[in-house]
Design a binder for this molecule. Sequence first.
Ligand code: ZN
Length: 153
Amino acid sequence: MDFPYYFPTTLREELHRTQKGYPALWEKGGGYSSTGKVQVIAGPQGEKKRPVYIRQRGELAGKEHALFVVEPGDLVVYIKRKRSDYMKAVYRIAKLEEDTAILERLHLFDFGQWDTDPPEAFQDVLEAARKKSWCYHCRTPHYAMEGGQRQEV
Ligand SMILES: [Zn+2]
C-alpha cells in the first residue's frame, strides 16, 4: 500500500477514477503487531461521506477498503503509529488534477502534540482513524456513511 513517508505541508496523492470518471480516494490501511498506518476520508467539516465502492474480495487486511468521490475542500486524515507513538496529519484537498490530488496540510501531530489544535468537528474522524490504526489486519471501512453505496457514479 502506498503511504507517505512523512507529512509535508503540501502532499500529492494519487487519484483514482470511478467508472464514470469522478475523482476518488480510498480509505485504507490498518494495524499490525506494533505499528499502524491509515488514510481516512471525510467531508469539509469532518463529516462522514458516502462511499461509491466497498471492497469485499481479494486481499483486504490493511489494504484499500472504501472508495470515496472527492472534491476540493474534503479532508484526508493520515495516522502513522509505532506502538503508542503517533504521527497524525489532517489535509484539505486544495486542487484535483488529472491523476493527482494536491493536499494542503491543516494540522500535524508529532512529538506528542499538535502544531495547531484541530477543531472540535474533526474529533470524530480523528478518533475513527486512531481506532483503525489499532485495528489488527483491518478489513473494513471505519469512517463511511452507512446505508448503501452511491449509485450515480
Ligand atoms: Zn478495522
